[in-house]
Design a binder for this molecule. Structure first.
Ligand SMILES: [Ca+2]
Length: 519
């Protein structure tokens, strides 16, 4: 009986030790989840009790308490706990959280598998030992003791199996988690490598783009530098050109000033010559008076105009002497004895441009030119002629194409010099336009030195040249500049009769003549 008891106790001790090892393995898994070790064999979780393990067995009326030392090498430190078996086999198990070492799940699994295998071997050994011991001692053991021990053993075995199944389930869960985690990490790694590739490609693209932009920038800088140098050159050229033009302008200005000085001298000379001419004319008139006083013709031959000459039997056009206004001195005139019945006293003729009609007031008053050629009889003589009675006016015109036309006025009177030789006309007819090109309402005579026109802000005699009855400035000027053929178009200051050939056509020949209205 004593031998049976000793064997039994030995068996219980072995079972408890095995159970402690299995409980350690279980606590590894439990601690992985952050939980507190829940081994039912542990007699509480106090700090001091961690060094020792208490196991209590009830056997009939007696209870037995076993105190087992903690296994060597079991330490808890930080995130890692080390567990040692009875054979000092150690392994490292890491927590579920991701760590730097990728092999820890494999190691942990290996460790757990090894532990389970050891446990299984120990269980098998225990079973065989128990069977042997039981067989040897079973005859000596009372049947109720055997029953009790067998029940306790079965209970322990069942607990061990349950625990093993639980461990296996947990192992599966851990394995699945590890696999999930690994695949997640792999996927993440793959994604990371993909995005890294993408970023590298983008980086390459950006680098090439930056290089391209740098090239472009350098090209543009070169271009800008070229343009700047070109502009500098052009600016320099323009500056030189400007200086040259300024010097030319200065030269021109000095030339103009000297010309103006010469012009002033020439005009003063001209005035002196005019004075000399007037003196000579007075001398000539005095001589004519003296001659006529000595030998004046008979009263019957003192014709007042060319109509009288015509009536006296002279029907050939030419130079005749007439005595206007009972004057004693004769006046040489050209008589037209052919046009419209003859008897016309001509006071203006132009046909070749041989005489300059750009004359002063006094010259137009006294008359100028050659009586047989181009001439102006004189405003004073004309005033006296038209004051003798009722006179008509006829204007003969011819253009450069050989066309002739005329304008005729039934009534023609010229005022005195005090009236600025005002022109009065009435009764227009003729072929040189359906209306008169001469103003008929008392237009005054103007020359370059006497502005009597109706233009308030201009001098028609200066613009259109010659002496004439300028209105403002009117439709005619037969005393303008004589332009030769080919130069007579688009000339506003030529010999103009607006209603015959327009405002800018300069005519070939003209004649103005007077004749008594009742001729
Ligand atoms: Ca004026």
């Amino acid at each position: 009986m004593q031998g049976v008891n000793l064997s039994w106790w030995f068996l219980v001790l072995l079972l408890l030790w095995t159970f402690a090892v299995v409980a350690d393995s279980a606590s590894v898994t439990s601690s992985e989840r952050g939980g507190v070790g829940r081994s039912q064999r542990r007699g509480g979780g106090g700090g001091a009790e961690k060094k020792k393990r208490y196991h209590r067995i009830q056997h009939g009326q007696c209870s037995y308490t076993f105190i087992l030392p903690e296994l060597d090498g079991c330490q808890a430190a930080g995130s890692t706990e080390q567990y040692g078996s009875a054979r000092s086999r150690t392994s490292v198990v890491q927590r579920d959280s991701p760590t730097m070492d990728g092999d820890w799940p494999t190691q942990k699994l290996q460790h757990l598998e090894n532990t389970m295998e050891n446990n299984t071997q120990w269980l098998q050994k225990l079973e065989s030992f128990v069977q042997k011991t039981l067989r040897r001692d079973v005859a000596n053991i009372p049947s109720h003791v055997v029953h009790n021990q067998t029940a306790a053993m079965l209970e322990i075995g069942t607990n061990l199996l349950t625990h093993t199944a639980e461990q296996t389930r947990k192992l599966n869960v851990v394995e699945a988690k590890v696999l999930n985690h690994t695949s997640r990490i792999e996927i993440q790694l793959l994604e990371n490598s993909l995005s890294t590739n993408k970023l590298e490609k983008e980086l390459l693209l950006q680098t090439s783009e930056i290089g391209r932009l740098r090239d472009k920038n350098s090209r543009l800088e070169n271009k800008v530098q070229k343009l700047e140098s070109q502009q500098r050159g052009e600016l320099e050229d323009m500056r030189q050109e400007k200086n040259r033009l300024q010097s030319v302008v200065r030269t021109q200005m000095s030339a103009i000033e000297s010309l103006e000085r010469q012009l002033r001298v020439a005009s003063s000379n001209n005035t002196a010559l005019q004075r000399q001419q007037a003196l000579l004319m007075e001398s000539v008139h005095t001589l004519i008076n003296m001659v006529s006083a000595t030998g004046s013709p008979p009263r019957s031959q003192m014709w007042r105009d060319c109509a009288d000459v015509y009536k006296a039997g002279h029907s050939v056009s030419g130079l005749y002497h007439i005595y206007i206004g009972n004057r004693t001195e004769p006046l040489q005139v050209y008589c037209d004895m052919e046009t419209d019945g003859g008897g016309w006293t001509v006071f203006q003729r132009r046909f070749n441009g041989s005489v300059d009609f750009q004359r002063s007031w006094s010259e137009y008053r006294m008359g100028f030119g050659d009586v047989l050629g181009e001439h102006w009889l004189g405003n004073e003589a004309l005033h006296h002629l038209t004051s003798q009675g009722q006179y008509s006016l006829r204007v003969e015109l011819r253009d450069w194409e050989g066309n002739s036309a005329h304008s005729q006025y039934d009534r023609f009177t010229l005022g005195s010099e005090r009236q600025q030789y005002r022109l009065y006309l009435r009764g227009y007819s003729g072929t040189a336009g359906r209306q008169s090109s001469l103003a008929s309402h008392g237009t005054r005579f103007s020359t370059r030195d006497q502005d009597n026109d109706n233009c308030d802000h201009c001098k028609c005699a200066l613009m259109l040249t010659g002496g004439w009855w300028f209105d403002a400035c009117g439709f005619s000027n037969l005393n303008g500049i004589y332009y030769a053929i080919g130069h007579n178009i688009r000339k506003l200051n030529g010999i103009k009769w607006h209603h015959f050939r327009g405002p800018s056509y300069s005519l070939h020949s003209t004649a103005m003549m007077a004749r008594p209205y009742d001729f």
